[in-house]
Design a protein around this ligand. Structure first.
Ligand code: CP
Ligand code: NVA
Length: 323
């Protein structure tokens, strides 16, 4: 008998390139784990050193490689500290100092890293690069943001929404501004968790119709409008993001088109009284959000940023078969 395992017995690698890779049940398990781990770190003294491993250290001996072809603060720090809290460690390859920056292929990089680390996170421009990395890697690949999507961000956002006492069924979430990568993952989450999204963008800046169609097929109501006030009316959650994403040209006409979509006090006043404001950060206060809203009690942006760490840990655990 040959020693080669039949294909159907080959281990399944759990990539996290988009939320649908996990699906609704796994995402719910990820959410539950993130909430549990967050609480467990706090309930003893409330003052655990941020790098100290969780009591069960489930990723002891595991290493994550992070490839950054774009800047990052939250994603970089939350994956690094998250790995430490899980008992493992992380290292960074940036394009300027690794051989990727000198033209080594993604395919070769994937196969080399797979021999050295247990999982790979990539932040890059073209989503196809993350897909190619996952194709050639033998270990899980996590999308830390591409031009198409930002799934890790949305796991943290959902956690923040739930923490604010807002159940997902029937939730009315409103998005303002650019139809970008973060919005795409939010729309994908709406289909998987069955909440509704009103998207207010200027003409020409709508989200990818593929994400919209998929979420609608899954039963979410996705409303596309150019009317910010209508989108905000009665909403539970108001969300925005930078008007100019990393790698985009600073087109003057884009900034002009975005002006009516700033989340300001007048727009918040259209929403439910207990509505919350979210932003993945970094923010350009005065552009997509007014200082008044950004600094208000309704703004949960720093809880959202903190939740990146809790969400990331549970995503890693799912990818590595621990959830
Ligand atoms: N929200 C987010 O992904 O932040 P960074 O770009 O700082 O990682
Ligand atoms: N849409 C933004 C998100 C940054 C976290 C960008 O792609 O630059």
């Amino acid at each position: 008998m040959s020693g080669v395992a039949p294909l159907d017995l080959a281990p399944v690698v759990r990539n996290f390139l988009d939320l649908s890779d996990a699906g609704a049940d796994a995402l719910a398990a990820i959410q539950n784990d993130a909430v549990t781990r967050k609480a467990a770190r706090r309930d003893a003294s409330g003052a655990w050193p941020k790098g100290r491993p969780d009591a069960d250290a489930p990723l002891a001996g595991h290493v994550l490689a992070m490839i950054f072809e774009k800047n990052s603060t939250r994603t970089r720090v939350s994956f690094d500290i998250g790995m430490r809290q899980l008992g493992g460690s992380a290292l960074i390859l940036d394009s300027s100092s690794s051989q990727l920056g000198r033209g080594e292929t993604i395919a070769d990089t994937a196969r080399v890293l797979s021999r050295m680390v247990d999982a790979i996170m990539i932040r890059t421009d073209d989503h196809a690069k993350a897909e190619e990395l996952a194709h050639y890697a033998h270990v899980p690949v996590i999308n830390g943001l591409t031009d198409r999507s930002h799934p890790c961000q949305i796991v943290a956002d959902i956690q923040t929404i739930l923490e604010c006492g807002k159940p997902l069924p029937g939730l009315e979430l409103a998005w303002f501004g650019d139809g970008n990568n973060v919005l795409h993952s939010l729309i994908e989450a709406a289909g998987l968790f069955r909440f509704n999204v009103r998207v207010a963008t200027p003409p020409g800046y709508e989200p990818d119709p593929g994400f919209v169609a998929q979420a609608r097929e899954r039963g979410a109501e996705i409303t596309l409008t150019h009317d910010a006030t209508a989108a905000a009316a009665g909403a539970d959650v108001l969300v925005t993001d930078t008007w100019v994403s990393m790698g985009q040209e600073h087109a003057h006409n884009k900034l002009a088109a975005m002006q009516p979509y700033r989340v300001d006090a007048a727009l918040m006043a259209q929403a439910k009284q207990d509505a919350i404001f979210l932003h993945c950060l970094p923010a350009h206060v005065g552009d997509e959000v007014s200082a008044e809203v950004f600094e208000s009690a309704q703004s949960k942006v720093f809880d959202e940023a903190e939740n990146r760490i809790h969400a990331q840990k549970s995503i890693l655990l799912w990818c590595l078969g621990k959830l």
